[in-house]
Design a binder for this molecule. Structure first.
Ligand code: MLT
Length: 302
């Protein structure tokens, strides 16, 4: 009998895959495997029994990788499983920054009891006019599962797309996203793009990469999107950029006190992967990884 613990609720579609050889337990101390979404595991006692941790998501910065390596605990993630969900929210972010959808919705709510709402709407709509994303230049930093999807779909929507990823060759990147212009210097993206979106993991090399110097060379009116990890962006530098009229919007999926409710900030509480489909896909991949490891010793996506 194998045992597993869920540190976060994991979709039933994944849990149903566990055979009768698996039993859910209440504590990590009793578990052979732990399934986790975003809960931080750094201060948690791992227990002597634990053989693997499966992260139902792409990033593994909530898991103590060094401690797991020392104790021989295998760590899995689920690359690509939630990429479509995140990609769709990135487009919602771009559209929210370009069209005053929120202003329009609020106007309707405020005027819902006015029997002449249909007529006054004609006048009001001028105040909510926006711009289009077609014809604008999008810079995608990081061409992994999410970045490539964003790049390709942006291209289909008529955007001109520049892609940057120092970890893959220009040829490999070209094969992944053919209508994207690949640049080898991230500064080209900073200088040229109307929208810049980051899709890289949080590493020492990427922490704070969107900083004061980066903002300084960006185009006036740039929109910066961050659906990856909050610490990739020096939020103070971006807020200063908004104050100075350089940055039009900072669209972030991280509701930090530094940015929440601030001028020019469009902020959601890490909803990128919060779709039924993404949660199911991540859970299914994570459970399969655990079973394949526990029963066959196979290690995938570690
Ligand atoms: C990820 O790393 O894939 C996301 O943070 C997933 C999530 O929101 O759970």
């Amino acid at each position: 009998m194998y045992t597993f613990n869920c540190l976060n609720p994991i979709s039933d579609k994944g849990l149903e895959l566990f055979s009768t050889d698996y039993k859910k337990v209440e504590t990590i101390g009793e578990a052979d495997a732990v399934l986790v979404r975003s809960a931080a595991m750094h201060d948690i006692e791992l227990g002597d029994k634990l053989s693997c941790v499966a992260r139902a998501g792409a990033g593994v910065n909530n898991i103590p990788l060094d401690k797991c390596a020392e104790e021989g605990i295998v760590v899995f993630n689920t690359p690509g499983a939630n990429a479509n969900g995140v990609k769709e929210l990135v487009f919602a972010g771009m559209l929210l920054a370009s069209r005053d959808i929120v202003g329009g919705i609020n106007w309707v709510l405020e005027n819902k009891d006015d029997e002449n709402i249909g007529k006054t709407a004609e006048k009001a709509k001028k105040a909510f006019a926006g711009t289009e994303i077609a014809g604008k230049k999008l810079g995608v930093i990081g061409l992994g599962a999410i970045g490539v999807k964003v790049a390709n779909d942006a291209n289909r929507l008529g955007m001109e797309v520049l892609g940057y990823d120092p970890y893959i060759s220009v040829n490999a990147a070209w094969n992944l996203s053919r209508n994207v212009k690949h640049v080898t210097n991230v500064e080209d993206i900073y200088r040229e793009c109307d929208f810049i979106t980051v899709h890289v993991p949080l590493l020492d090399a990427t922490k704070g990469m969107i900083n004061k110097e980066a903002v300084q060379i960006m185009k006036k009116g740039v929109v910066i999107l961050n659906f990856a990890r909050d610490l990739l962006v020096d939020e103070k530098a971006v807020l200063d950029g908004i104050e100075a009229g350089k940055v039009r919007n900072y669209v972030t999926d991280f509701a930090n006190p530094t940015v929440a409710g601030k001028k020019g900030v469009i902020c959601t509480p890490h909803l990128g992967a919060s779709t039924e489909e993404a949660e199911d896909n991540c859970a299914v991949m994570a459970v399969k990884e655990v079973m394949d490891y526990m029963e066959n010793g196979n290690i995938t996506h570690s």
